[in-house]
Design a protein around this ligand. Structure first.
Ligand SMILES: NC(=O)c1ccc[n+]([C@@H]2O[C@H](COP(=O)([O-])OP(=O)(O)OC[C@H]3O[C@@H](n4cnc5c(N)ncnc54)[C@H](O)[C@@H]3O)[C@@H](O)[C@H]2O)c1
Ligand SMILES: O=C(O)C[C@H](O)C(=O)O
Length: 329
């Protein structure tokens, strides 16, 4: 193989999402079946041994596209020459921790990682933040990387998008492959707003096809928004394979584009569209073309949607104020 490999950096490589993610990257599902990859794994010192074990297993798969694996606990090394960075490692909320404590602990992770990306990554770096609180962690990393175009920092709401697709498919009996133009707005949190008003189910408007506003308000929206907590309750651990799958979908779409006539959802830097304050990293309907996400413009936002988008955006503004107060941005 002569093509230069794409450098993919994964943080939190020894965690449960890392374990579900790395084999899929190495097999070609992140970037394409003909794109060689080199993996750079970042862990904290306590995670290095487990990351080495995962690297041994990756070796044992003899993936034809995998051109090397480096493991380090130094962000400056991990992001050196990175073309794609998946920021998965984060500080989980533990008992007695307030939101401010969580933001502060994660600031200690995402600020130096943003700076390392700024100083060492390749010019075409694309960053996806998975670690929670994903939108605000992405904002912290982005603010620490003033030399990197802000739009290269994104936060993952594709898992929420996929969850919404699946719930709508179950309700309507139409396969997910025939559902388009669904949107997740706002924060990757319980305030997120899954919007079906512009979605199409087998070519018909989804809200009309469902024709049940009570189901939308009382079942669909809370089921999607609280799915993460429901998985934790059922599994005793947070979503891992589905989160890894969504990360693969997010980057594959970013690099390879959205299909004609459809869009997806991603947390991207707001340009002020739909009244979302500029600079916030908020989920929007987005298309991807030539390696760039673009916010879908001109959608009519009804009252039902407006209130819910505003509530989630308000939460993002509060998180931004909190990290500003902590000197993280
Ligand atoms: N955006 C989403 O849709 C979504 C979905 C699922 C999970 N998540 C979040 O993803 C994150 C990871 O989940 P997980 O289940 O893999 O957690 P995990 O605890 O299994 O793994 C996290 C890993 O990150 C490592 N880590 C911690 N700090 C690090 C640092 N500074 N640098 C490098 N590595 C570091 C830890 O050692 C650990 O191995 C969590 O914050 C979780 O809430 C987000
Ligand atoms: O909800 C969580 O805490 C985990 C994750 O963000 C998820 O959506 O599954």
């Amino acid at each position: 193989m002569t093509r230069t490999p794409v450098n993919v950096t994964v943080t939190g490589a020894a965690g449960q999402i890392g374990y579900a993610l790395l084999f899929r990257i190495a097999s070609g599902q992140l970037l394409g079946a003909d794109v060689p990859v080199k993996l750079n794994l970042l862990e904290i010192p306590q995670g290095l041994k487990a990351a080495e074990g995962t690297a041994m297993e990756l070796d044992d798969c003899a993936f034809p596209l995998l051109q090397g694996i480096d493991i380090t606990d130094d962000p400056n090394v991990a992001f050196d020459g990175a073309n794609v960075a998946l920021l998965v490692g984060a500080r989980p909320r533990t008992k007695g921790m307030e939101r401010g404590d969580l933001l502060e602990a994660n600031g200690g992770i995402f600020k130096p990682q943003g700076k390392a990306i700024n100083d060492h990554a390749a010019d075409d770096i694309k960053v996806l933040v998975v670690g929670n609180p994903a939108n605000t962690n992405a904002l912290i990393a982005q603010a620490a990387a003033p030399d990197v175009p802000a739009e290269r920092f994104t936060a993952m709401t594709r898992l929420d998008h996929n969850r919404a697709l699946s719930q709508l498919s179950k309700k309507t009996g139409v396969p997910v492959s025939e559902i388009t133009k669904l949107t997740i707005w706002g924060n990757h949190s319980a305030t997120q707003y899954p919007d079906v008003f512009h979605a199409e189910v087998a070519g018909k408007n989804a809200a009309e096809a469902v024709n049940d506003e009570q189901w939308l308000a009382e079942t669909f929206i809370p089921t999607v928004a609280k799915r993460g907590a429901a998985i934790i309750e059922a599994r005793g651990a947070s979503s891992a394979a589905s989160a890894a799958n969504a990360a693969i979908d997010h980057v594959f779409t970013w690099v390879n584009g959205t299909p004609a006539g459809d869009w997806t959802s991603a947390g991207v830097v707001s340009d002020g569209s739909y009244g979302v304050p500029e600079g916030l990293i908020s989920s929007f309907p987005v298309t991807a073309k030539d390696g760039k996400f673009e916010i879908v413009q001109g959608l009519e936002i009804n009252e039902f949607s407006r209130a819910r988008i505003d509530a989630s955006v308000k939460e993002l503004e509060e998180e931004r104020e909190a990290v500003r107060g902590l000197g993280l941005i």
